[in-house]
Design a protein. Structure first.
Length: 313
């Protein structure tokens, strides 16, 4: 949240399908990840709550050798709720949900790490992982600063996802119980928690020490020759009375020329007297238009920061 606040007005180009789209801010990216991680925490909290059940209902769940009152007392002592209907075991949909919640949280961390990897590429270079004095980026090429921690997080997310599949496989057991789930759970449940704990620790390290390069972000923003203004111009032309199809073709013609000839889109449009006579181009080409609602989003982020609580396992 603190890094998001720091970069709430740090302009960068937004990308869809890997292609320049429209301006956003790096703070908004970070804010989105903060909310996603909060949703992951709530999923985990909910899944853990559904795991807080126990049973003492006998070999097939009929209380043939015991009494439901004994189960109630034992569960109460342990801080658990009695499983409403059990067999020899607790049903494994609970465990599958827990592993799935861990996997979704790992996938969210992976999304963050993958974004950092893309933004660290030489051609983009908008961010860089923390890099210690004397650290080697590559054993063979001294110039490199590889995003190795982000890559590690992406790899570990695959492990947690695979463990979630094991949890789903464990749901369907024979009749009132078989033991095929037990050996697998002894591996995937502790491993998933341990791996996710490590991933969260490294994620915090990445966020806190991330090198953010606003100048490079602006340079990449301008490298698109102002083409990100195309939608603003399209809408302005439609509002001026031009049909959407005609407006689209007019804007597209100038946009393609700007790309092919590497000319500034704004200058090409300003030279078109038909367009200049219809719309206020200074308003159309105002960068501030894209960030005018950023403060509204950050009010939501402030509310999120105020309700952060740990998840108890």
């Amino acid at each position: 949240v603190a890094r998001a606040q720091e970069h709430r007005q740090t302009l960068c180009i937004g990308r869809t399908h890997g292609i320049h789209a429209e301006p956003t801010t790096f703070g908004l990216k970070l804010a989105g990840w903060a909310f996603e991680l909060e949703r992951g925490r709530e999923r985990l909290r909910s899944a853990l709550e559904r795991m807080r059940v126990g049973k003492l209902s006998g070999a097939v769940g009929t209380y043939a050798a015991t009494d439901p009152e004994l189960e109630r007392l034992a569960c109460e002592r342990l801080g658990l709720e009695p499983e409403p209907v059990s067999t020899q075991i607790l049903q494994r949909d609970r465990h599958a949900e827990l592993l799935a919640a861990l996997a979704v949280l790992a996938a969210s961390i992976e999304r963050f790490a993958l974004e950092l990897r893309h933004l660290s590429r030489t051609e983009v270079a908008e961010v860089a992982e923390p890099f210690g004095r004397g650290q080697k980026g590559s054993s063979a090429m001294p110039h490199k600063r590889n995003p190795v921690v982000a890559e590690r997080l992406c790899g570990l997310a695959r492990v947690v996802r695979a463990n979630a599949l094991v949890g789903l496989e464990n749901v369907a057991l024979w009749h009132e119980r078989d033991i095929s789930h037990s050996s697998a759970e002894r591996v995937v449940i502790p491993d998933s928690f341990l791996v996710l704990d490590y991933m969260l620790d490294k994620l915090a390290w990445l966020v806190e020490g991330l090198e953010v390069r606003p100048e490079r972000m602006l340079r990449n923003l301008e490298a698109g020759h102002g083409l990100f203004f195309s939608q603003r111009l399209l809408l302005a032309l439609v509002e001026s009375g031009l049909s959407r199809d005609d407006a689209y073709r007019t804007v597209q013609r100038h946009a393609l020329r700007a790309q092919e000839e590497e000319q500034d889109f704004r200058e090409l449009v300003r030279a078109d007297k038909e367009i200049a006579g219809r719309v206020d181009l200074d308003a159309v080409f105002d960068l501030g238009w894209y960030t005018r609602h950023v403060d509204t989003v950050f009010e939501r982020l402030a509310a999120l920061a105020g309700r952060e609580e740990p998840v108890h396992v």
